[in-house]
Design a protein around this ligand. Structure first.
Ligand code: ADP
Ligand code: ADP
Length: 221
């Protein structure tokens, strides 16, 4: 199963990815998490990416293409994968099609999680992210069991630089200008599944599973 999860920052892609990963047993590949790891490790890519990511802008397409090509050809991605955060503009979507063609692979579905701006700002401004494993939580909507500690791995929870209010507006602008056309790109290809990302996490998960044909009465595609 090869899936792409699209949606504005804060829509719940990372949160819902855990459910999809468990459902299909495929790795969750988040380009944002990969970039943050590279930044924390101070790799050449990380050094180049830091100022771009912190400002809410997009890292150059050639860097991202190489990162994704390498990751989806790793052994654990053989049965499939869930791509989160890539592609983020139409050039990246076209590049991904070209990479998949060479690999003899096809995407099964592209899920678009949609959410209005007011809710996005609430979710992003209250988000805390595990510095070790990248799992998100929320100060009010999904608080951690132990304050400051990740429920998943016990790592330290931090506020991402780009989740500060002054950067959130820029990220929404980038989403509207660069990423929203990717939704249309996949609609044209007939791969798009629309999911309303408002409401509690469990409700969104149910809608997502239904959209993938995995609801209570669904069958495995
Ligand atoms: P969110 O989950 O809030 O949508 P991500 O974790 O996916 O954010 O991405 C954080 C930042 O990492 C982006 O604002 C951008 O700077 C960079 N980034 C992630 N994926 C890509 C990509 N495919 N192309 C360019 N930049 C990216
Ligand atoms: P994305 O990966 O799309 O940027 P996240 O999964 O990191 O989004 O979610 C953004 C923030 O919103 C996190 O703090 C997360 O805990 C919270 N969140 C996710 N889904 C919901 C939901 N359905 N209701 C309320 N808060 C949510």
């Amino acid at each position: 199963m090869r899936l792409v999860l699209l949606g504005p920052p804060g829509a719940g892609k990372g949160t819902q990815a855990a459910a999809v990963r468990d459902l299909y047993g495929v790795p969750h590949i988040s380009t944002g998490d990969m970039l943050r790891s590279a930044i924390a490790a101070g790799t050449p890519v990380g050094l180049k990416a830091k100022v771009i990511v912190d400002a809410g802008n997009l890292v150059p397409d050639d860097i991202m293409a190489e990162m994704v090509r390498e990751r989806i050809t790793a052994p654990d991605a053989r049965p499939g994968y869930l791509l989160d955060g890539y592609p983020r503009n139409v050039t990246q979507a076209t590049t991904l099609e070209a990479i998949l063609l060479v690999l003899g692979q096809k995407l099964d579905h592209v899920v678009h999680l949609s959410l209005d701006d007011a809710e996005i700002v609430k979710r992003l401004s209250g988000r805390r992210t595990c510095a070790s494993c990248g799992t998100p939580c929320h100060v009010t909507a999904a608080p951690p069991r132990v304050a400051g500690r990740c429920d998943n791995c016990g790592g330290t929870l931090v506020q991402r630089e780009d989740d500060r209010e002054e950067i959130i507006g820029r990220r929404l602008e980038v989403y509207r200008e660069r990423t929203a056309p990717v939704v249309e790109f996949y609609r044209q290809l007939g791969l798009l599944r629309e999911v309303d990302a408002s409401g509690p996490v469990a409700e969104v998960r149910q809608r997502l599973e239904a959209a993938l044909g995995q609801g209570a009465h669904g069958t495995k595609p």
